[in-house]
Design a protein around this ligand. Structure first.
Ligand code: URA
Length: 234
């Protein structure tokens, strides 16, 4: 048994305050009877909860942020390497979470997971152009000509053409790189095409989401307002 308001939130009906208003306006039924009490206990195994007449499955839509440490591959399974899935808490394992895009084994930082396939595809689609910001330490120094080449749309050594991107030198051998796409090893290959070798890479931001004070190796669930904002921006 769980509280009706929590069930509605978890089902993606809205934020806590939106769910409160939805309940008040009588749009929710439990086994066909209108129900306005947020604290009403429901058994989702045996009862049917409807919003505007549509049954809610209760399949919890989740979006998770991980602060990935180096040494883990971005894959759901791997025969020889440790995967990012091992870093998620045990109680989330059955929720069918999938990584959103990928970070290399050596790359650290912000990696999202979701069990909402549509959201996942929108987040990784180059058409949506969600910004990804990286901090890179590298051999070689970024110069004005490199900044201009990134802004114009770089051609990689294998001929692949990248969308315009931002390169901001932060100091000797340190730069911030912001992309709107996610090709294989993209930051490392972009820097290599300008004769700089990346020795450390951390993703610090995706869309409006930053790591905040999330410790390395830890994961947290996004809040409903964060999920709704993410959706509204893609
Ligand atoms: N670019 C890279 O080269 N590696 C990553 O992990 C992410 C972006």
């Amino acid at each position: 048994m769980e509280r009706l308001d929590k069930f509605l939130c978890d089902s993606g009906a809205g934020t806590r305050s939106q769910v409160k208003a939805i309940l008040k306006s009588g749009r929710v039924t439990v086994d066909g009877k209108p129900e306005k009490d947020p604290s009403k206990k429901v058994n989702i195994g045996t009862q049917t909860v409807c919003l505007d007449g549509e049954p809610l499955t209760g399949k919890r839509r989740m979006v998770v942020m991980l602060n990935k440490p180096a040494g883990f591959v971005t894959a759901t399974e791997d025969a020889s390497e440790r995967t990012v899935m091992e870093l998620l808490p045990e109680q989330w394992r059955h929720l069918d979470l999938k990584p959103v895009g990928r970070l290399d084994k050596a790359t650290e930082g912000l990696l999202l997971f979701t069990n909402d396939g549509d959201l996942l595809h929108r987040l990784i689609s180059p058409k949506k152009g969600v910004e990804k910001m990286y901090y890179a330490r590298h051999e070689g120094q970024a110069a004005e000509a490199d900044v201009a080449a990134f802004a114009a749309g770089l051609e990689l050594r294998d001929g692949t053409v990248c969308l315009p991107a931002s390169l901001e030198p932060l100091g000797p051998g340190e730069s911030r790189v912001t992309l709107r796409e996610g090709k294989y090893h993209q930051v490392r290959r972009m820097m290599a095409s300008r004769n700089m070798t990346v020795v450390y890479l951390e993703r610090q931001r995706e869309g409006f989401l930053t790591l905040g004070d999330l410790p390395r190796g830890q994961a947290r669930e996004l809040t409903q307002p964060e999920i709704l904002r993410l959706e509204s921006e893609i």
